[in-house]
Design a binder for this molecule. Structure first.
Ligand code: MTE
Ligand code: MO
Length: 371
């Protein structure tokens, strides 16, 4: 079935049925297949405020479509007063805006759940921050005029496949209100270059603050509809559920998280860290799509202390933090956690759920300090 919510192919269109395996159990052939197509951000890339395009994480459910930019059109229809059609140059001639946005996959952290839902087996790097350029969606929606019985907009990409036994094009919906948000963009560039094929060429939706599945790539149509959208990626995948029969709740905004650059040098195979004794500047980044980050704390062997937080580059971009540590010889465990303006603290332990969504439990890094 899915990348995000996986399981063996079945003939039934229906619930997500991920296979569960022990979190320490061996990775499956299907997970390897997904993990090698959909790569993570190497954590040392947290040093860069803007992730170089090739290092930004990827999540592609089906195949990367080859879109011909000449014949491509964005179509806006359904319950609108004036159906509209745009070529790429027409979209590029509209108001142009560039925003740094931290995007994270809703399944980030999945492989650490116990048991582990078998799907794209993210460790912690399903995140990245890019400067996306595009045109705001709201003025286009105003020009089209959403009919009074329109309740949602359905965004459909050009990619097609089978998930949960249902053949479909990747599609997600937003309420009219969420779609009208001032920060929602139709993006055609990333870090100053045209979108590369893997990030949605020629056009993607960009919904800052929401988990990545919302930002539909290879966008080709927007349709206003009278009833909440029931497509697979909306109604079945991307829900916080306790089991197959639990209707659950929809996955929406990005939960708070802090990550650190693993200090020192890695062991090739285990990736355990080796750090020389003495002063070490720990560094990382923190973000949330729910409330602004207020502070980041670091713990050395279980004792939490406040880090130094740098200013934010934009409302939806991660913030850098640093923490000076004087490393004493021996074995240590480092951890970091974000706290937001609503007082929410990142959880110590993962909150298990059936599809393996939104695991924002604290990162722990084991280090060996040597004289
Ligand atoms: N059309 C389409 N859009 C898509 C997807 C997809 O498979 N097809 N994957 C979604 C998911 S689950 C995520 S996390 C983000 C990833 O965006 P990126 O690969 O540009 O980082 O794209 C989203 N948009
Ligand atoms: Mo995702």
């Amino acid at each position: 079935m899915s990348v995000e919510t996986n399981g063996p192919a079945t003939n039934q269109a229906a619930p997500v049925s991920p296979v569960m395996v022990p979190s320490t159990g061996p990775i499956t052939r299907e997970e390897l297949q997904l993990a090698s197509r959909n790569h993570a951000l190497p954590l040392e890339m947290l040093r860069w405020p803007i992730t170089p395009v090739g290092m930004h994480y990827l999540l592609i459910h089906f195949d990367i479509p080859k879109v011909d930019p000449i014949s491509w059109r964005l179509r806006l229809g359904g319950l609108v007063d004036h159906p509209l059609e745009f070529t790429l140059p027409e979209l590029k001639h509209r108001e142009r805006r560039t925003v740094p946005v931290t995007m994270e996959c809703a399944g980030n952290g999945r492989s650490r759940l116990e048991p582990r839902p078998v799907s794209q087996p993210w460790d912690q790097g399903g995140v990245g921050t890019a400067e996306w350029t595009g045109t705001p969606l709201a003025p286009i929606l105003h020009e089209a005029g959403i009919a009074s019985d329109g309740v949602e907009l359905v965004f459909t990409g050009a990619d097609r496949g089978v998930q949960g036994g249902t053949e479909h094009q990747y599609a997600r919906s937003l309420s009219i209100e969420d779609a009208m948000g001032d920060d929602v963009l139709l993006a055609y560039e990333v870090n100053g270059q045209p979108l590369p094929p893997q990030h949605g060429y020629p056009l993607r939706l960009l919904v800052p603050g929401w988990y990545g599945m919302t930002s539909v790539k290879w966008l080709e149509s927007i349709e206003a509809v009278a009833k909440p959208f029931e497509g697979y990626q909306q109604a079945i995948a991307y829900r916080y559920q306790q089991g197959p029969d639990d209707p659950g709740t929809p996955v929406q905004r990005i939960r708070l998280r802090a990550l650190m650059v693993p200090p020192g040098i890695p062991d090739f195979f285990t990736r355990n860290r080796l750090v020389p004794a003495g002063p070490v500047l720990l560094e990382g980044r923190a973000w949330s799509g729910t409330h602004p980050i207020e502070r980041v704390e670091v713990s050395v062997d279980g004792e939490w202390a406040e880090s130094h937080l740098e200013p934010q580059a934009g409302a939806y971009a991660w913030r850098a933090w640093t923490f000076p540590w004087v490393a004493a010889a021996g074995e240590h465990e480092l951890a970091c956690r974000a706290i937001d303006t609503a007082g929410t603290v990142q959880p110590n332990e993962a909150e298990w759920n059936y599809q393996g969504m939104g695991n924002n439990s604290v990162q722990r890094v084991k280090v060996t300090v040597r004289n």
